[in-house]
Ligand binder design. Structure first.
Ligand code: RIB
Ligand code: CA
Length: 309
């Protein structure tokens, strides 16, 4: 199998860290670049965390900083979930310096040089960097194979009753990406809620490897409280679901949907409006991940993280 050329945009973020290690450990992906956005915590911390996570993996992948705020509106973090440093308090060795330049410019340059329909973009944070790419150079969508986004929810949100955090943080950017014309796959809360990390998974990861990355990932998993949404059953591996789709799509079922996002200033702001059953005559513009084999998902994550140093 030819590894998929891939760019990952993220806001580490406890679950972003796990997703990045999964991607970097998976031969199905050729991770060309990691770009960073403010989200779970401010950009200064998310950039430092991305550098540290990539550095610990031993992979020489450039890390490029990007937007520290949404296209419109005020930046709000989720430190209440991820801790003030964004990694649940875990302190990793400082990673290599960030590459020069800005995320949107670096992604545009990479897409300009890419063959048609060749580059996979995986978005794990607010979509600001990706939105800037397609707002300023829409033709680059033609060089994209697939955009996989952890974003949105068919049902209830997790930052407001209407909206999931990434979509809520920058709905205008998300709408630009959803309408850019490239194939889009959505890993929403509806599928990530099925990938709940439980104590047995932490035990299995520690047993599988005592390497630095696996140990750090287990420590991160230990640091995150079970979510109320899951009835305190565990904590959702949101971002790793998006990466797992790109690595092992057989673990998922999916459906074609029409998806847009509410960019109003009302109580629905940031809600992803997903037409699951084709109620309105609007052509599908996204693939919606419906079910995930949770056991297979965690087997994959643990097996791949155990490959890292
Ligand atoms: O709502 C969950 C998403 O928001 C995840 O990507 C998490 O890391 C935060 O970015
Ligand atoms: Ca994230």
């Amino acid at each position: 199998m030819t590894p998929r050329p891939t760019i990952i945009d993220c806001d580490p973020g406890t679950d972003d860290a796990i997703a990045l290690w999964l991607a970097l450990a998976s031969p199905e992906l050729d991770v060309r670049m990691v770009t960073v956005v403010g989200g779970n915590v401010g950009l200064q911390a998310t950039l430092a965390n991305a550098r540290a996570v990539v550095g610990l993996s031993g992979c020489s992948v450039p890390v490029v900083g990007g937007a520290d705020r949404p296209l419109l509106g005020r930046f709000e973090d989720a430190a209440y979930v991820h801790g003030d440093n964004g990694l649940g308090g875990l302190v990793l060795p400082e990673g290599p310096p960030a590459a020069h330049g800005l995320a949107a410019d670096a992604i545009r340059a990479a897409l300009r040089a890419a063959p048609r329909h060749s580059m996979t973009l995986i978005g794990l944070g607010p979509a600001t960097n990706l939105g800037l790419v397609f707002a300023t150079e829409p033709a680059l969508a033609d060089n994209v194979a697939e955009i996989v986004l952890m974003t949105g929810a068919l049902g209830e949100g997790n930052v407001t009753p209407s909206a999931e955090f990434n979509a809520w943080n920058d709905p205008e950017a998300l709408d630009i990406v959803l309408t850019a014309g490239a194939p889009v796959t959505l890993a929403t809360l509806d599928v990530t809620n099925q990938a709940l990390c439980r104590p047995k998974h932490v035990t299995a990861l520690r047993a599988a490897s005592q390497g630095a990355c696996a140990t750090a990932a287990a420590d991160i998993w230990d640091s995150v409280a079970p979510s109320r949404r899951s009835g305190e059953q565990g904590h959702e591996q949101h971002d790793a679901c998006a990466v797992a789709w790109a690595v092992a799509p057989h673990l998922f079922t999916h459906a074609d949907v029409a998806a847009r996002v509410d960019c109003s200033q009302g109580i629905g702001r940031g809600r992803t409006v997903i037409d699951r059953w084709g109620r309105k005559p609007r052509a599908p513009n996204a693939r919606f991940l419906d079910k995930v084999n949770a056991d297979g998902f965690f087997d994959l994550v643990i097996e791949r993280l155990a490959r890292l140093p």
